[in-house]
Design a protein around this ligand. Structure first.
Ligand code: ATP
Length: 267
């Protein structure tokens, strides 16, 4: 799907972050355009989680600003922030499911919250929508009444995805979506994300350290290293950048496979 450039869903401007005596980010600038999937890549301790928390409005940058759907998430009123938060869905790295609720009730949770303000959402409708959302991630009636402790890691991820999508968000944020999944399951999860992208038409922000696994999902990558974005672009554009961290993302174990894919894309 082509991104509409100039139509930023997330806009990060001159963002710098100091924690204690250390500068974690220096003058970050980034736009996530409507309709695209952008992946923020980086090594451990590189500042991805801090940036994600800042985008969600949970942590304040030392300098700069972040707008999500034209709302400055650090200067907005609580009501404005609530309005913009209703337009995004988040899949946390661990799934963050409520352990005492069934998968069905986890997925229904955002709808039940909404029903407090919209009386048109009755309990029967909520349950039907939650079953449908579970079916969309290939979880059936045999799974819906299970608790998170009784299911596999892959099912946790799919349930978290169903919950994030149930309010049909404009923006889907995925924190390390395939961490903890083996290569087969992570391939299946990426295929599911691609299917759901067609259906829900969301803009996506993904945080990950595994560029290879996201090659078939993300349109662009922003590589965070040494506090700055060392490259922002498609895989082909990044492949032309001589920065050692970026070269490391392309090497060594999966490099041949990716170069094969790149050469075929170029044909
Ligand atoms: N609350 C905090 N207090 C002090 N330092 C922190 C805090 N949160 C993060 N940091 C530091 O900020 C830096 C960036 O951390 P961050 O968690 O954003 O990295 P990351 O890229 O998400 O790493 P990982 O992939 O391992 O989760 C690290 O050096 C970390 O120690």
């Amino acid at each position: 799907m082509a991104a509409e450039h100039g139509n930023a869903v997330i806009r990060i401007e001159h963002l710098s972050t100091r924690i204690g005596d250390s500068w974690i980010h220096h003058d970050l600038n980034l736009e996530v355009c409507r309709g695209e999937i952008l992946a923020i890549m980086g090594g451990s301790g590189g500042g991805k989680s801090v940036l994600l928390h800042q985008i969600m409005g949970l942590l304040r940058p030392t300098e700069g600003r972040i707008r999500v759907m034209d709302t400055d998430v650090h200067r907005a009123s609580p009501a404005e922030l609530r309005r913009v938060r209703r337009k995004w869905g988040i899949v946390f790295q661990t799934g963050a499911l409520f352990s005492t609720l069934s998968l069905l009730d986890n997925v229904a949770f955002p709808l039940r919250e909404m029903a407090r303000y919209r009386s048109s959402l009755d309990e029967g409708t909520i349950r039907d929508l939650a079953w449908l959302a579970l079916a969309n991630v290939s979880l059936g009636p045999q799974d819906g009444l299970k608790k998170p402790g009784a299911i596999s890691e892959g099912m946790v991820k799919r349930t978290a995805l169903a919950r994030a999508l149930i309010l049909e968000p404009e923006l889907l944020i995925l924190d390390e979506p395939i961490t903890g999944l083996d290569p087969v399951l992570s391939g299946e999860f990426i295929a599911l994300l691609n299917d759901l992208r067609e259906e829900y038409n969301f803009t996506g922000l993904v945080v990950s350290h595994n560029m290879n696994a996201l090659a078939n999902f993300a349109d662009r990558f922003a590589v965070l290293a040494d506090g700055g974005f060392k490259g922002i672009g498609t895989l082909e554009e990044l492949a032309a950048i001589e920065h050692p961290f970026i070269r490391g993302l392309f090497a060594p174990t999966s490099g041949q496979e990716r170069m094969f894919r790149l050469s075929h894309r170029a044909e």
